[in-house]
Design a protein around this ligand. Sequence first.
Ligand code: GLY
Ligand code: MN
Ligand code: MN
Length: 426
Amino acid sequence: MNPDFPARRARLAAALALTDEILLVGAGHPVPKPEISDQQFPFSTHQEYFYLTGLNDAPGAVVAFDPREGNKRGWVSFVADVSEAERVWEGRQQPPGQSLATLDAWLTARRHRPVVMLGVPLRGVPYDERRTSRVREAFTHARRPKDEAELELMRRAAVATAAGYALAAKCIRPGVTERQIQIELETGFYREGATATGYGTIVATGPNAAVLHFSPTARAVQAGEFVLIDAGAEIDRYVIDVTRTYVAGRPSAFQRDLHQVVLGGQERAIARCVAGAEWKEIHLQCAVDMIAGLVAMGVMRGHPEALVEQEAHMLLFPHGIGHMVGLGVRDGSGLLPGRARDPRPCLASLRMDLPLASGYVVTIEPGLYFIPAILNDPRRRARYREAVNWPLVDQNLQLGGVRIEDNVLVTDGAPEVLTQAIPKTL
Ligand code: GLY
Ligand code: MN
Ligand code: MN
C-alpha cells in the first residue's frame, strides 16, 4: 500500500491552521566525510520532508505550501536537477517535482509573508522562529498516529527483525563474539527484506550490557554472561526497535530474578498502553513495579513508591520507559502541544509527556543495569545509603544489565505488540 501523499499534505495543512505564513520544509544536504575526499555519510531526507513527499534520495529539495491557495492546491514540490556526474557515478534518477531553480521566483512572489521553516532550514532564507516552533509542535502531533501504509511497513520490518533475532539467538554460546552475533542478526534482517538497520545495532556482552548504547566489538562472551541485543530492521525508512537479553550458557538465580523483574515490569507496562493513558504514569508505575522486584531480591530496601519519589530507581533504571518509533527510531516524541515540561527530577529522562492515542506506536523498554559510572558515585552512595544493599551491588558491578523492549501499537481496544514473535524468555 502506498501512502496517498496529496491527501496526507491536505490533512497536515488543515492541522497546521496557517493563514498568512508560507511553509517551507527542507530535505537537507548530504554531509561530506571530514577528510578531503569524494565520500559522504549516507544521506536520508529529513523525516518531516519525507513524511510529506515520500522522497528519500532528494538532497536539497524543498516542499513549499501557501495556505492562501488552499489545503490541497497550495503545495509545490521543488527538487534539484540531477547532474550528469550524479547519473554517471551514483546512478541517480531525477525525482518528480518542479525544478529547484524556480523556488526563488515562488518566494519572490510571496516576499512580505512570514516564513515557517520545517525540516532542515534553507540557507539564506530568514524565518520566524516563534511561529516555527508552534507549527513544528502541531506538525509532530498531527503525524503521531500511524496510518495503514506506515503500519504495513512497520509490520514488515517486524517480520524481518524477528528473522534476525531467530538467527542471533541460535548462535549465542560461550566463545561467540559480539561481532559474530551482529552478523547473524543483520543477515536475518536483510534476508527478510530489510532495506537498512534502523539504527546502530547494539550487541553487548557481560559488563558491556550496562552501556546503554554499546557498539559491538570482537569481545567473546564468557559462560554465564548476559548478552543484550538492541536492534531492528528498517524498511523504506520505517523502523522497528527491539531489545532482548540472553545468557550464554546457564543463567544464575540472580540473573533469572533480575530478568524476571524487568519482564514483569515490561508486560504490565505494555498492558497499560491504552488510549488516554498518560505516558509519565506508565513510566513511573513501571519504575515502582521494578523497584518492588528489587526489594524482593534484596537489592533495595524500603517502600517502592517512596523509593521512586526519592528517585532511587534512577540508580538502576536511568532512562525513560520508551519513545515513539516508526519513521526513524525517534519518531514524534516530545510534549503534548501546549504542555510545559514536568519539572520532577524523577521524570528528567523521559523523552515524551503526553496521553497515548489510538494509532501511536511506542517502545516499552524498561531495564535494570549495574552501571559503575552511576553506582560508584560517592554522592549517590551517601544519599541512598539506607535504600540500597551496597555489598550486593558491589558483587554485581560487572554483571551488565537487562533490557527488554517491544513496539506497541495503541488501539481503541487492547494494545497490539508488533514485535511479539520475538521470544522473551531467558
Ligand atoms: N535502540 C535505542 C533505543 O532503544 O532507544
Ligand atoms: Mn532499542
Ligand atoms: Mn528504543
